[in-house]
Write a protein that binds this ligand. Sequence first.
Ligand code: ADP
Ligand code: ADP
Length: 223
Amino acid sequence: MLIIRGLSKTYNNGIQALQNVSLEIEPGIFGLLGPNGAGKSSLMRTLATLQDADSGSVQLDGVDLLSSPQVARQLLGYLPQDFGVYPHVSAEELLNQLAVFKGFVNPKERKEIVSQQLQLVNLYSQRQQKLGTFSGGMRQRFGIAQALLGSPKLIIVDEPTAGLDPTERIRFQNLLAEISQNRVLLLSTHIVEDVAELCPQMAILNQGKIVCSGSPKLLTNAL
Ligand code: ADP
Ligand code: ADP
């Protein structure tokens, strides 16, 4: 379970991106819905320990993430919005390199893990293709494979469906549903349908504050 308590962040320019954000999140997909500028990426980057919060705490299954980023990064996978790929590297090569960084030292084991990930996201047959040739949907699925290396208990996915066509979006949604078994998958989006279709639990963030949280039925009631 992911427990976020009193998270606040003000940037140097005075923008209060997060104001006392608290959430309790069970395993499964949790949708964080909010308009552009709401603070979603700020929250995601903070949870991924890529930027510091001014105050607050985050616990994943009892482990304090913010006080130990080293430990946190072993426990979580993060797919940033608009993540960059190396266009001249193949899917297999990049995942293999990432697996090295993640501490998989045995080449045989690494090959096995990389193959598993590529199969999971349905890119095994394209494993030798250069990433620069991937479509938007393939790229997002590859991003999931990256984030899943090492089987983290928490996956953070920032606005993943924004640029996808309808077919790719459904395919990607199915993948998210599949990988959210037995782990927390935090999905940020400004697309109401993503939350309504995918997320048993959700919250709405606006101007750095949680406006409401609960079941997506709240959305239907609110509209
Ligand atoms: P969202 O992901 O919901 O679009 P962000 O977390 O990116 O929201 O942004 C929240 C607010 O914080 C916005 O007003 C944005 O301009 C501002 N912001 C985001 N990152 C920074 C930063 N590094 N420095 C200053 N302001 C930032
Ligand atoms: P997102 O689209 O994910 O909300 P942004 O486009 O807001 O992200 O931000 C992209 C990058 O620019 C981030 O690293 C963020 O920290 C930085 N950034 C965003 N808004 C501001 C801002 N107002 N001042 C300074 N940096 C910003």
